[in-house]
Ligand binder design. Structure first.
Ligand SMILES: [Fe+2]
Ligand SMILES: [Fe+2]
Length: 172
């Protein structure tokens, strides 16, 4: 059974994951209308992933005797001055989500809720990867600068971008 404190904190995270999905969907649309198909597809996939993160939390809350709250969301930014700005926003957002997950882990320990603590470890590992991916993309964008040819290649290659971190499960 979830304590009220943990249930509220998990529900707050459900909202953050839902907002993340909307933020990346808006980025996908912006990239798509700008003609960068690769970036758009990458962002659509990110948006889907965030919805998965949300659903995982929803099911956990409901299974443990809580009630997942589906709430109104803040509207995302729909335009950006550049791709660099868009990816800076993505990175900043992932850092914000990581902080929120850390706070949630802290609350689970305070509440002595070891089941939630264990469940949240998946999110801790996921955030290491998401931050690493966002940082790798930003590095590439910074290298490209204003070079149109570079942006073309970046758009072509972004869908195959993989980053291996310490949190990546190795071969068994
Ligand atoms: Fe997420
Ligand atoms: Fe994320």
């Amino acid at each position: 059974m979830l304590s009220k404190t943990i249930e509220d904190a998990l529900n707050a995270q459900i909202r953050i994951e839902a907002e993340s999905s909307q933020i990346y969907l808006a980025m996908a649309c912006w990239a798509e209308v700008k003609g960068l198909e690769g970036v758009a597809n990458f962002m659509y996939a990110q948006s889907d992933e965030e919805r998965e993160h949300m659903l995982k939390l929803v099911k956990f809350v409901n299974e443990r005797g809580g009630h997942a709250k589906i709430s109104q969301l803040n509207a995302p930014n729909v335009t950006f001055t550049s791709f660099k700005e868009m990816f800076e926003k993505l990175y900043e957002h992932e850092v914000y989500v990581s902080q929120s997950i850390n706070e949630l882990v802290h609350i689970s320990l305070q509440e002595k809720d070891y089941a939630s603590h264990n469940f949240l470890q998946w999110y801790v590992a996921e955030q290491i990867e998401e931050e690493a991916v966002a940082r790798t993309i930003l590095d590439k964008i910074n290298m490209i600068g204003d070079d149109k040819g570079g942006l073309y290649l970046f758009d072509r290659d972004i869908e195959n971008l993989t980053v291996t971190t310490a949190a990546t499960p190795g071969p068994q």
